[in-house]
Design a protein around this ligand. Structure first.
Ligand SMILES: Cc1ncc(COP(=O)(O)O)c(C=O)c1O
Length: 416
């Protein structure tokens, strides 16, 4: 592998002047990342929560190889293909209620952008041009494109750095107690005429800090959205496909949003693919004799057949394997084995939901040092802000998971 290539790569979320060089990976397998220097790391985060069945799953690989030989890509404008049709039908059968129209894109951020655009145009197509804003929540994360930044937590979305540039949306505290609910409802009383949709990551706000909330909050939001004629969007890009214990987080609240976004584990961590899925009543508002009422969006690689084939294979695996049991076992093990961290003086909270284990610290003073200490334990864990977390593949073995949790306990014990 080329060393000098590093001089031409621009890395994500990285201060390229001061950061330590990235690690070179030669290959992956199961829950293992093999580095070019011979080290083998146990992966604690499944490549940003995508590789839910572990790396290089032979069943997904076979499906990909078959599709690669047949047709890796064909444009989706005016043409369709079996992998996308099959996947759309399967997703609409798996999702609750009448979430039945699937718009494919190629990344989570774009799926959220499409959801935002859909929500705004839903009202425009009904001659309402006032409902142009989104209402999102502090602690939320929905992507890195400019529009999605504007609905992230202001700190996470770097609102200060881009102030005056980002679209103006509302980001408010989560209404999780009586007073916050009163404030929230007052806010809606004043602003509902401008709000196209409420946007939330159901049950777990991921990249904003792995913050959990109760299913009741989603029931409450559904009620308020209906009361004030506002659409409800669930961003399940992180929570979708088993991560919180059920296939979709919204199922734990028995709430059907008007629009849902999916990506990450959709293809089992193999190919870039995302979906924005709308309910019938949303789709209906785009049907018209007026050509302008159509959804004017169409990424070049949307519904990529290779990615759709991988997603179909991933859904087969969900059907064939008792993933709920696996996630439950991971949850039990995470709870038990991260528990000792509660006694460390810098630990603020330890929380676990499904396949997500979180140790929240009061602060992490030297994030890079902490990353290096974890690496010395031969684990791949990426703490951020004041959070050390695990989101392993559902196929991880008990021993491998123990190595991950022991590494966290050992390093936090020593370091804090
Ligand atoms: C809830 C949520 N929405 C949207 C995104 C953006 O997805 P992508 O990085 O594929 O653009 C992420 C990524 O972490 C996410 O967790």
């Amino acid at each position: 592998m080329s060393q000098s290539g590093l001089n031409h790569i621009w890395l994500p979320y990285t201060q390229m002047k001061t950061s330590t060089p990235p690690l070179k990976v030669s290959h992956t397998k199961g829950s293992h990342i093999y580095l070019c220097d011979g080290r083998v790391l146990i992966d604690g985060i499944a490549s940003w929560w995508t590789a839910c069945h572990g790396y290089n799953h032979p069943y997904i690989q076979q499906a990909a190889q078959k599709q690669l030989a047949l047709m890796p890509h064909v444009m989706f404008g005016g043409l369709v293909h079996e992998p996308a049709l099959k996947l759309a039908e399967r997703l609409s059968n798996l999702l609750p209620g009448d979430l039945e129209r699937v718009f494919f894109t190629d990344s989570g951020s774009v799926a959220v952008e499409v959801a935002m655009k859909m929500a705004m145009q839903y009202w425009i197509n009904q001659n309402n041009r006032k409902k142009t804003k989104l209402l999102a929540f502090q602690g939320g994360y929905h992507g890195d494109t400019l529009a999605t930044m504007s609905v992230c937590d202001p700190e996470e979305g770097m609102h200060h750095l881009f102030s005056g540039i980002l679209p103006e949306n509302y980001v408010v505290p989560l209404p999780t107690n009586h007073l916050a609910c009163q404030n929230f409802e007052n806010f809606l009383e004043h602003h509902h005429q401008e709000i196209a949709a409420i946007l939330i990551e159901p049950l777990v706000q991921g990249a904003g800090g792995m913050l959990f909330h109760d299913p009741e909050l989603l029931i409450y939001l559904r009620k308020q959205a209906d009361r004030f004629s506002i659409l409800l969007i669930f961003d399940e890009i992180f929570t979708g496909f088993g991560r919180t214990g059920s296939l979709f987080a919204c199922q734990q609240a028995n709430v059907t949003p008007d629009i849902i976004t999916l990506s990450k584990a959709l293809t089992g961590g193999t190919m870039a693919l995302a979906a924005t899925v709308a309910r019938h009543h949303v789709f209906e508002k785009f049907l018209s004799d007026n050509a302008e009422h159509a959804l004017m969006h169409g990424p070049t690689f949307m519904a990529n057949p290779l990615a759709c084939a991988c997603a179909n294979a991933s859904l087969d695996l969900f059907e064939q394997t008792p993933y709920e049991e696996k996630v439950k076992n991971i949850e039990i093990q995470l709870k038990e084995s991260l528990n000792p961290c509660r006694n460390f003086h810098n630990v603020k909270d330890v929380r676990v939901k499904g396949g997500i284990g979180v140790v929240e610290l009061n602060s992490i003073d030297h994030l890079d040092d902490l990353k290096q200490l974890l690496l010395q334990q031969n684990v791949w864990i990426r703490p951020f802000r004041n959070i050390v977390y695990l989101t392993p593949a559902f196929t991880i073995s008990q021993e491998e998971l123990s190595q991950l949790t022991q590494a966290i306990v050992k390093v936090l014990y020593k370091d804090h």
